[in-house]
Write a protein that binds this ligand. Sequence first.
Ligand code: NAP
Ligand code: ZN
Length: 349
Amino acid sequence: MNVNAYGAHAGDKPLEPIQIDRRAPGAHDVQIDIAYCGVCHSDIHQVRAEWAGTLFPCVPGHEIVGRVSAVGAHVTSHKVGDLVGVGCLVDSCKHCEECDAGLENYCDNATGTYNFPTPDAPGHTLGGYSQQIVVHERFALRIRHPEEQLAAVAPLLCAGITTYSPLRHWNAGPGKKIGIVGIGGLGHMGVKLARAMGAHVVAFTTSESKRDDAKALGADEVVVSRNPEEMAAHAKSFDLIVNTVAAPHDLNAFLTLLKRDGTLTLVGAPASPHPSPEVFNLIFKRRSIAGSMIGGIPETQEMLDFCAEHGIVADIELIRADEINDAYERMLKSDVKYRFVIDNATLAA
Ligand code: NAP
Ligand code: ZN
């Protein structure tokens, strides 16, 4: 079936309206009419070919929410009319060690929501800046928030799980001091989630203008990371720092804030590497640098349910699909509070 979408034909071209084909739902598929799609910084990296291997036409979008409009004959987990979400994955091998553990995000043959090989036209997956998507039922998540919050739920499908997963893995909770670096789409969710888990939360921002906001989001303390004195006041005190920054920068400034056995977890994925950190900053306090990629399907459901229970959604700015190129420019200037979400109804002809 042909549906309307927004995509780009080359890395140096703006996004524009295009038509794409969606397969008819197979026996285990659900077809979703997309209501809203969040705009992740990964969309920019990919569609502008900043990361290797972008396939064109490229239709980004992996923070998808909507309503099930058809199901295959063997689908048991969803029915027509259900509110569901789709994040960064639409399929995986479903039988490797990672899939068996519910860590489909680490499956070597996982299929990303866009830019991954698929038998469907045009040969690679196309994302949520579109009217409809068809996915294997395992990759559609149940949404328990009230329907009025649906647009603000969309960013949970990537920004939410990408911060929730490392916070859980490294045991954020009462008695832990947690830093969140970069108060953008991911970072503002990280602050809300770490706070809801009961940790002491410190937000690190380069934007003086976000100081008050970060407190309102739930940070106990806010540090403007360009200010060396403010940074030094937190030396050797953190259990975990989750770094969401989308550009290369000096990691030493954050490593020295970790206490013994503390971890700096990188989730930001800049197109070029960070300068190599000073080894002595690791050796002296047995500190670690780690990475984390989104989360598995069971943990994504757990995160959505946790957010529904705690009344957590993203802070969003709703845009029309034809405002996407301007939205990208604003994100590059850190000028968004705190996630753009496309109203997919504006894709209708
Ligand atoms: P975003 O909304 O643009 O936020 C990034 C924030 O980083 C900015 O708001 C800004 O916050 C800070 N920042 C930007 N440039 C900076 C610089 N030069 N130096 C220091 N701080 C800077 O982006 P996002 O959607 O949250 O995504 C962030 C990164 O995570 C991207 O690289 C994205 O591809 C990656 N990502 C990774 C995963 C994963 O699974 N690991 C999943 C999704 C996204 P302040 O104004 O507060 O400084
Ligand atoms: Zn994302």
